[in-house]
Design a protein around this ligand. Structure first.
Ligand code: A3P
Length: 333
């Protein structure tokens, strides 16, 4: 076995073991295939496709399809859905803390569950064995899938709670660029074509819908919003905005707690604001999460340091065109 493959296998095995520790030994699923799959994705990253949607690693079309047919959450489950770099990790941490704040054992579990296990479309369906066997009363899932790739009818019927978080698209683009610059997958020639390391080329591929981001050819962030928008008033769905969370985190955290049916006093909300602040989360972040720019600046309006006037205007034009019929207003300042 090549040395780098061995290192990767060891890294993935450690990630799995950290989570598996929470499952009684005689019930632990065998994760050998999952570890092999994760390592292979790093060594030979490939875009996969189903129903015309394209997925970058570490996501997998096969898992997307399996999920649609089989994943059956209950009214105890929470799904945090978003387009990448719009505040997914932050929102997820709020959800985890709102629910499990007082449970040391569960908070320890929350720390080691990474997106490569908890995202609906990550890895292989074996992830679901792990997620289902973990001893948590309320499971917290994540996804970047557009709504048509999730069985929304089943989720609604089972009263699974869904939080969809959005962010102004200019800050999203800049955050996404910075993440992709550090993404180990993008080192191959094929992947670098999709996600160029140079800013202007990156911007062009993105706004022209050339990047495979859980999207069909020609689609990007506005299409993701359009796919979720019809569900915004459903009882089991809550729409949030990154900029609103920045402006008044206590108010938004309270909104999340109420939505999840968890009673939290004002004092507890204050503690949650502190525990989920950018500074606290950055300090507590695991090495891989930090290295992959999950906690970079955490600000509104960083786009002004990156986009040219022409690029900013082009985004306005494209967003206005695609979202003209819907009632979503972004905050850019
Ligand atoms: P920047 O790159 O602009 O700093 P996601 O979790 O969807 O990948 O989003 C990542 C973005 O959310 C990054 O934005 C990151 O810094 C920011 N972020 C993460 N935790 C945050 C927090 N607690 N408060 C505010 N922003 C946060």
């Amino acid at each position: 076995m090549a040395a780098d493959k061995k290192v990767l296998m060891a890294m993935f095995m450690k990630m799995q073991e950290d989570v598996l520790k929470f499952i009684p030994e005689n019930e632990r699923p065998d994760v050998t295939d999952l570890v092999g799959f994760g390592s292979q994705q790093f060594l030979n990253p490939k875009v996969t496709e189903c129903k015309g949607y394209r997925f970058p690693p570490p996501f997998s079309a096969e898992t997307v399809e399996w999920q649609y047919d089989n994943w059956t959450p209950t009214d105890k489950d929470v799904l945090v859905a978003s387009y990448p770099k719009t505040g997914t990790t932050w929102t997820t941490q709020i959800v985890k803390s709102v629910i499990y704040k007082d449970d040391e054992n569960m908070m320890a579990l929350m720390k080691v569950i990474t997106p490569n296990i908890s995202y609906l479309e990550s890895g292989t369906p074996k992830n679901y064995d792990i997620m289902l066997k973990l001893p948590w009363k309320r499971k917290i899932w994540g996804t970047h899938l557009p709504a048509p790739l999730i069985n929304m009818e089943r989720l609604k019927k089972n009263r699974c709670k869904i939080i969809y978080v959005m962010r102004n698209p200019k800050d999203q683009v800049v955050s996404w660029f910075n993440m992709n610059k550090n993404m180990p997958f993008n080192k191959t020639e094929e992947m670098a074509k999709h996600f160029p390391a140079e800013w202007n080329a990156f911007f062009e591929t993105l706004v022209n819908g050339k990047q495979p981001v859980h999207s069909k050819e020609g689609e990007w962030y506005p299409d993701h919003i359009l796919s979720w928008y019809p569900y915004r008033n459903d009882d089991n769905v809550l729409f949030l905005m990154y900029e609103e969370m920045k402006k008044d985190p206590a108010k938004e955290i309270k909104k999340i707690a109420d939505f999840l049916g968890v009673k939290r006093s004002d004092e507890e909300i204050g503690e949650l604001v502190e525990a989920t602040s950018f500074q606290s989360m950055k300090k507590e972040a695991s090495k891989p999460m930090s290295q992959m720019s999950f906690f970079r600046k955490g600000k509104v309006a960083d786009w002004k340091n990156q986009l040219t006037v022409a690029q900013s205007e082009l985004m306005d034009e494209k967003f206005n065109e695609k979202l003209s019929g819907i009632d979503i207003k972004f905050t850019y300042e």
